[in-house]
Design a protein. Structure first.
Length: 300
């Protein structure tokens, strides 16, 4: 009598990457199902059975392929760039915590700046406060506003009311109606900023944060697309006067000075100084308004 031997099937142990992809797929599905079409400007339609958005709708909003997005929700082993994750985060209306979780599950670095810039020390914040009533801020080479004082925060609208990812001078000058209306020499300023950004990007061309900002600008602004196509460049230390029409304190003629906070051009402290005595008086009024708002007092 022959004894037949049967091999037990091998037990497949999921790897850490397998677990991470499954968690990512489940997270995407959960966030897709909670978003209504009306929240993202899509028609509901009479035959909708899917809770929330359909996969093809998320793919459309994020400008990715439907098949590719389906594979992502199926936990397939596919590559996903930080730019695509950024698009998905926006399409799914993720808040800051959810966005961070998405990038962590995808094992990717979030290209957007955080709520507080690296290298913004207490001493640097004290310098910003001490410069008031002069508007001052700290920017990196990508024009992200990493920190600012109260005067700068009220120079063109309420900077603190904006989400952190929109606190970028390029983004605001090209897409924010209030910033565009306040800058009387805005056309010249936007052309200079686009040229400086192109010059600076040569050293960061493969970095996700830079590519993400460039993509956002190209998608959002026809003006930026036109200027970007010119391939103009300008040194980052080229400074020009700013002429602003503030809705509450009037005309501001400002010179600005950049001081690098490190050994190489990059993160810089930018201070605006008055070009005339009328502007000096207006800056004092602006500072008084900012202080009154901080105390919850209505001042004119």
């Amino acid at each position: 009598m022959t004894t037949m031997m049967f091999e037990r099937p091998a037990v497949v142990v999921p790897t850490a990457d397998d677990v991470r992809r499954r968690e990512l797929a489940a997270f995407l599905r959960s966030r897709r199902e909670r978003i209504t079409p009306e929240q993202v400007g899509l028609p509901r339609g009479p035959r909708r059975r899917t809770p929330g958005l359909r996969r093809e709708e998320v793919a459309q909003l994020a400008a990715v392929g439907v098949t590719w997005y389906t594979w992502l929700e199926q936990a397939r082993d596919i590559q996903v760039s930080s730019q695509v994750l950024d698009s998905l985060a926006r399409a799914l209306v993720l808040d800051r915590g959810e966005r961070g979780h998405l990038f962590a599950l995808a094992n990717s670095v979030d290209p957007l700046p955080g709520t507080d810039g690296a290298g913004i020390t207490p001493a640097l914040r004290e310098i910003l406060a001490g410069l008031e009533p002069l508007p001052a801020c700290v920017q990196n080479a990508r024009y992200d506003i990493l920190a600012h004082n109260r005067s700068y925060g009220r120079l063109m609208g309420d900077l603190d009311a904006l989400p952190p990812e929109n606190r970028n001078c390029l983004w605001l000058h090209f897409t924010d109606p209030l910033w565009r209306a306040c800058a009387l020499n805005g056309e010249e300023a936007r052309r200079a900023m686009a040229a400086k950004f192109r010059a600076a990007m040569a050293e960061h061309i493969a970095e996700p944060a830079w590519k993400c900002l460039l993509r956002r600008l190209l998608e959002a602004s026809a003006d930026f697309r036109e200027l970007w196509a010119r391939h103009e460049i300008m040194p980052v230390d080229d400074h020009r006067a700013a002429i602003l029409q503030h809705p509450r304190v009037g005309l501001l003629r400002l010179n600005h000075t950049s001081l690098w906070t490190g050994p190489n051009p990059g993160t810089r402290l930018i201070t605006f100084t008055p070009a005339d005595e009328d502007t000096r008086a207006a800056l004092h009024r602006l500072h008084a308004l900012a202080l009154a708002e901080a105390r919850g007092v209505c001042a004119e």
